[in-house]
Design a binder for this molecule. Structure first.
Ligand SMILES: Cc1ncc(COP(=O)(O)O)c(C=O)c1O
Length: 376
């Protein structure tokens, strides 16, 4: 049997080196992963401590958390969601794995934009599915458009969309989302909406795909807005007709998500004031980075509407983004992600900064980057 070819996530190799340097005593700024440097909200930590002392740590899938998430959909998007449609999983990654493997027969194609989150493409390959890439440029904010999806041939079995997106932070409008949903409905394409960066926008709020497509599969997690990436907890919202299937598959494949994380996440959902405070920091970092990059002539970026990324074209400086990022790390202790993780082709000349760090760290990063470019 032929084994699938699964390219590695390059930022992981770079991060390993960053940690080696740090262990050797170097000062390293970590902007390589989409990982908030602020930890879980205080209330989440308190709930976790209390759960540990209470010994409630068996296999468990929290009804209270599902009900709280359903309330979140009502309050945030005006959507009424039956908690039975919410499937708790070990992060958006597990949710994507479940959705890809259940919805699409082996060998089918799933459309996605290039650039896009690398593990979509590589994860599809691991599951013996085919990533049908839709090249997307700065003129459309590197986003999926209804027109591009309508023109995609042959008709893919599914399409995955993230708004705000990784690596660009750009968003689609509600009108475009509705137009995309209409194309999906007309062509029989299953829409998967990765809403992991919801709650993190610098202008208009993001819209849930369920506002325009009741049949969409929604993926989300506690890793980004809630600052709990290592707690490995996420969820899916699936149509009622698929709820039993997803629930049974999740139970068989994963049993339950981590009990400790579920206790903490329930408390995190009421920590909005603390969490919105991080958004103020990210907004300041966004400005600092955009200005800092402009000052050194890096202007080919799509200003992010949300998330915490800047994806920049540095084609005038390198044709090998991995070597560029590794050298920057060795010389200045600044870790950023090479564009090849998001676009194997054009990504050779792009880089991605994650600005989910403190304002002081962001200013330090800009200064190290400037010094490095001047010395080159
Ligand atoms: C767009 C997108 N989807 C999914 C994930 C995976 O998130 P999780 O930590 O919830 O597995 C990430 C992580 O960076 C992401 O950027």
């Amino acid at each position: 049997m032929t084994l699938p070819i699964v390219p590695p996530f390059q930022a992981i190799a770079l991060s390993r080196r960053a940690h080696q340097l740090q262990s050797a005593g170097r000062s390293v700024l970590h902007m390589q992963f989409g990982q908030p440097s602020a930890g879980a909200p205080q209330a989440a930590l308190a709930a976790a401590r209390s759960a540990m002392s209470g010994g409630q740590m068996g296999y468990w899938s929290s009804d209270s958390l599902r009900a709280r998430l359903a309330r979140h959909y009502a309050e945030t998007y005006g959507l009424e969601i039956d908690p039975a449609r919410i499937i708790l999983v070990g992060g958006a990654s597990a949710g994507l794995t479940l959705a890809f493997s259940l919805l699409f027969p082996q060998g089918s194609s799933v459309a996605l934009t290039r650039p896009g989150y690398g593990p979509y493409r590589n994860g599809l390959a691991a599951l013996r599915l085919v990533a049908q890439e839709i090249p997307s440029g700065p003129e459309v904010g590197f986003q999926l458009t209804a027109a591009a999806l309508a023109a995609t041939e042959p008709t893919p079995a599914g399409v995955i969309l993230a708004s705000p997106a990784n690596p660009t932070g750009t968003m689609v409008t509600r009108e475009e989302l509705a137009a995309i949903a209409a194309i999906c409905c007309g062509r029989g394409i299953q829409l998967i909406s990765d809403e992991i960066y919801h709650g993190l926008s610098y202008g208009p709020k993001a819209h849930c795909a369920l506002e325009v497509d009741p049949d969409a599969i929604v993926v989300n997690s506690f890793s980004k807005y809630y600052c709990m990436p290592g707690w490995r907890l996420g969820w899916l919202v699936v149509p009622e007709r698929l709820a039993d299937l997803f629930d049974a598959a999740a139970g068989n494949l994963f049993l339950t998500p981590a009990a400790l994380s579920q206790h903490a996440a329930l408390a995190a959902m009421d920590a909005q004031e603390e969490l919105d405070g991080h958004l103020v920091t990210y907004a300041a970092n966004r400005r600092t980075l955009i200005r800092g990059l402009e000052a050194v002539g890096i202007t080919r970026i799509a200003p992010p509407d949300g998330a915490f990324y800047i994806y920049a074209d540095v084609g005038h400086l390198t044709q090998d983004s991995m070597a560029f990022c590794l050298q920057l790390l060795e010389d200045m202790g600044l870790a950023i992600a090479p564009g090849i993780d998001f676009d194997p082709d054009h990504g050779k000349q792009t880089i991605r900064f994650s600005f989910a760090v403190s304002e002081a760290q962001c200013t330090d990063a800009v200064s190290r980057f400037h010094q490095w470019l001047q010395a080159r």
